[in-house]
Design a protein around this ligand. Structure first.
Ligand code: ANZ
Ligand code: ZN
Length: 807
């Protein structure tokens, strides 16, 4: 028999699949039940596909192939998240246009993906940098704008000095730029925002970003991360009247129960009350100096618990605690943020850590009002029973919060209030390689949307890439020769481009109708294919992409374009694959495993199967060369089994029937529940059993080949063909497990005691002597002759007889 030669087999089948693209095509017209299986589309970087892509793409490929064999109409597309900074940065260095770089990278990715045998419907390929695509990114921007969900405002925004662009809050990780790790600073700039905060709670018929999490099958950790990012906080807002003035300062607190412990109030440096009170503040020069210092700090520097708290008292100003009527000092301190709550807090050093640190430093009173801690040592921040709190003394914290908020409401000085950490999404970028924002500025008419007929606003090519802090589009001549769509006067285009996360917030709709020139996708097609049944990608997208995509879905649902309001019914993350040394793979460490090398050495089927066998998909796991060798052997064993295929004379209920059906059941269940590693283990057990046989029934071998085909499609196709099939194994039916056949066949065992037949028992044909002895001795009939006697000897004829010899 010829050897297993993966290279040849894989080339042959990849060619065949390419020549017959219909084989993996999703059918818009079929009435079969649909499954939409989606990968997070890659950014086509110059580095090419990495081993982590292979992991998640194999996982979705397996389930796509499995569902096709089960008769589902499967949509499994792939495309390119093609805009973005790396191509632009490369252009800055080399002068090569980002479109060139991107084109090359896509060609390379495509080649790599095809070399792995993934069953994508390439007729639906999309590319976010293609004007035919970003026309619709711009169109969606306009719908959001026209409906008040996109707006421009001057605000303090995150600015990366190295990328020379603004960043969304989600792109600032621990105070640093998500891309380049530079310290992010704050700048006052006029920028475009999307009103994502409008969709936190339900909006009309549209389920909100918080409640929607209840109805999707996502990892709990991802749901928790989204909830956390949204940061819903239920508290109380109320006013402190400024002494000798009509003005009041509103504070927001989640601990109104501690109000009798307030010993001062703090406003953020950004708070407008500071300049309003200028004439009253006797140390205004000192205050002003502090405000300037605070301006240059990052939000992280300001709020970190460990960082020393700083602040300045506003001398000459006092505010009145409405609960006690007591006047307390007012401070400005940068640990209070201008952008959260009301930008002012009531300070309770006894029960808040930051206030405690601040009070210690500035020698302010610490007044205990909740019992249970030792405030001479540290703040007691838990709930407890109130003390020193007038009528509220003796209540527990929760009850006190309720009663005290009611009182504020009755007195008309405050109310219960919900706050969120989530801010509107800043979407404009001062960069080149992105979708232009379709707005025109006219001296007379202001910001005018580009008429939909004029879309796309094509990205000009006559630009200088050097980042200057202004969008490179500023320097394009062709881009600006534009008239106001509304009055016809000479006008200027918006020069900022959109955050690439805008492009990736809706791409999964486009796959439903990728070539549509009149709509972002026809509604009957979107509503046929979506929501996505299974979405697989890295856990690093738990907030950014996944939150933005949900927002887009909700906004478009609200505007009547979609029937559904959650885009991804089920979500799973692949775990990180570490290098063989247990470290993260990194170029600098030189421990990166390149999929191309592995495919060249052992073939795509081995790489696919190995990555699925490494462990549970979502686990972090190290690469192992030894593990690869095991899978090579496994596929070689399967290949060799061909020699044992009988000419069909084997009895219908051959020896392995029960094992085969049990395996079918296990593999089926495991694929559906995403436990590919255990599915492969079951297949290995079956293969080992087959190996021990002289002959295997052709039907039994077929079942095996069908089951391995989602994991190792090339070898499966080859074996399937050798079994005499004219059509692809893709078109084969998934084997069905027969519950009857799963039962082990039983045979009769004669039980003798001292040579006389005393019992006949049904047992599995392959029971061991010990098992047979145990079963026999448990029988009442046998016991009657063996009880109290010593067993001298046992004679065992497997599958037939056991003779127990006693005194
Ligand atoms: C008084 C108090 C007493 C507080 C106490 C806590 C414990 P979350 O849950 O995140 O909403 N806070 C309010 N606005 C702030 C701002 N702009 N910058 C910094 N801190 C601010 O947190 C709400 C709590 O964070 C509020 O409750 C307030 O401190 C603080 F024993 O008010 B608390
Ligand atoms: Zn105009």
């Amino acid at each position: 028999m010829e050897k297993y030669l993966p290279k040849e087999i894989e080339n042959k089948w990849q060619q065949k699949w390419k020549n017959d693209p219909s084989i993996y095509a999703a059918d818009d017209l079929s009435t079969n039940e649909k499954k939409y299986i989606l990968d997070m589309f890659p950014y086509p970087s110059g580095d090419g596909l990495h081993i982590g892509h292979v992991e998640s793409y194999t996982a979705t490929d397996i389930i796509s192939r499995y569902f096709r064999m089960k008769g589902f109409n499967v949509l499994h597309p792939q495309g390119w998240d093609a805009f973005g900074l790396p191509a632009e940065n490369f252009a800055i260095k080399t002068g090569v246009h980002p479109s060139e770089t991107t084109k090359k990278a896509i060609a390379n990715f495509t080649k790599q993906i095809n070399s792995l045998g993934f069953s994508y419907d390439w007729s639906r390929e999309i590319n976010t940098s293609d004007p035919g695509y970003y026309k619709w990114t711009q169109w969606i921007f306009l719908q959001l704008y026209k409906n008040g969900f996109a707006y421009k405002k001057k605000a303090k925004v995150n600015w990366c000095p190295s990328c020379k662009t603004v960043l969304a809050n989600e792109q600032v990780i621990d105070g640093k730029c998500e891309r380049c790790n530079s310290e992010v600073i704050q700048k006052d700039l006029e920028q475009w925002f999307f009103r994502i905060t409008d969709f936190i709670e339900n909006k009309g018929e549209t389920i909100g970003l918080l409640n929607g999490l209840e109805k999707v099958d996502w990892p709990d950790s991802t749901k928790a991360a989204q909830r956390n990012w949204i940061g819903k906080s239920e508290g109380t807002q109320f006013g402190f009247r400024i002494k000798d003035s009509e003005e009041a300062i509103e504070v927001y607190t989640t601990r109104v129960d501690t109000a009798f412990g307030i010993t001062y109030v703090v406003v953020a440096p950004e708070h407008p009350v500071i300049s309003n009170l200028k004439s009253k503040i006797s140390n205004f020069a000192e205050v002003e100096k502090y405000l300037i210092e605070a301006q240059n700090k990052t939000e992280l520097e300001r709020t970190e618990l460990q960082k020393e708290k700083t602040g300045v008292r506003l001398e000459g100003v006092e505010v009145i605690n409405p609960f006690t009527g007591e006047a307390v000092p007012l401070f400005v301190a940068d640990y209070v943020l201008g952008g959260y709550g009301t930008g002012a807090v009531m300070a309770v050093p006894a029960h808040d850590e930051r206030d405690y640190a601040f009070a210690k430093k500035y020698n302010l009173a610490i007044k205990e009002v909740v019992s249970g801690g030792d405030i001479s040592k540290q703040a007691f921040t838990d709930d407890g029973v109130l003390i020193n709190s007038s009528d509220y003394t003796g209540l527990d914290s929760a009850e006190a919060r309720q009663k005290m908020a009611d009182w504020l409401e009755k007195e008309n000085v405050g109310k219960k209030k919900v706050n969120y950490r989530l801010r509107d999404w800043l979407v404009s970028r001062q960069r080149y390689w992105g979708a232009p924002i379709p707005i025109i500025y006219c001296e007379d008419c202001g910001a005018v949307p580009v008429p939909e007929n004029d879309l796309p606003v094509v990205l000009p090519t006559d630009v200088d890439f050097k980042p200057t802090g202004e969008s490179p589009l500023v320097n394009s001549k062709t881009f600006h020769e534009v008239n106001c769509p509304s009055c016809g006067k000479k006008a200027k285009r918006e020069v900022d481009t959109m955050d690439t996360f805008v492009c990736s917030s809706w791409y999964y709709f486009r796959y439903a109708d990728p070539k549509n020139a009149d709509e972002f996708a026809a509604s009957e097609k979107i509503n046929k294919w979506l929501p996505v049944d299974l979405y697989v990608g890295g856990a690093e997208h738990t907030v950014l992409h996944l939150l933005y995509a949900r927002f887009f879905t909700k906004a478009l649902h609200h505007l009547g374009y979609l029937d559904f309001d959650e885009p991804f019914s089920k979500l799973r993350h692949q775990g990180i694959i570490l290098a063989e040394d247990g470290n993260k793979m990194s170029k600098s460490k030189g421990n990166v495993v390149n999929p191309d090398t592995v495919v060249a050495e052992v073939g795509a089927d081995v790489l696919r199967m190995y990555e699925m066998f490494m462990g549970p998909l979502e686990d972090m796991k190290p690469w192992s060369t030894q593990g690869i060798v095991g899978i090579v052997r496994f596929l070689e064993k399967i290949w060799k089994l061909q020699e044992k295929i009988s000419d069909g004379q084997l009895p219908e209920n051959g020896k392995n029937k029960a094992l085969i059906h049990k395996t079918i059941k296990k593999v089926t269940d495991n694929i559906e529940s995403f436990r590919y590693n255990t599915a492969i283990s079951s297949l290995m057990i079956l293969v080992n059993a087959f190996e021990k046989e002289k002959e295997i029934a052709a039907g039994d071998f077929e079942a095996l080949v069908a089951m391995i085909s989602p994991f190792a499609p090339h070898i499966a196709e080859e074996l399937w063909e050798k079994l005499g099939h004219q059509t692809s194994v893709t078109k084969a039916e998934w084997p069905k497990a027969d519950a009857e056949l799963m039962k082990e066949e039983e045979v009769e065992m004669v039980v003798q005691v001292n040579g006389k037949v005393r019992e006949r028992l049904m047992i599995a044909p392959d029971v061991t002597e010990d098992e047979a002895k145990e079963t026999a001795l448990e029988s009442e009939k046998v016991k009657a002759f063996t009880q109290g006697k010593e067993i001298k000897k046992i004679i065992f004829v497997p599958g037939k007889l056991i003779n127990i010899v006693v005194d």
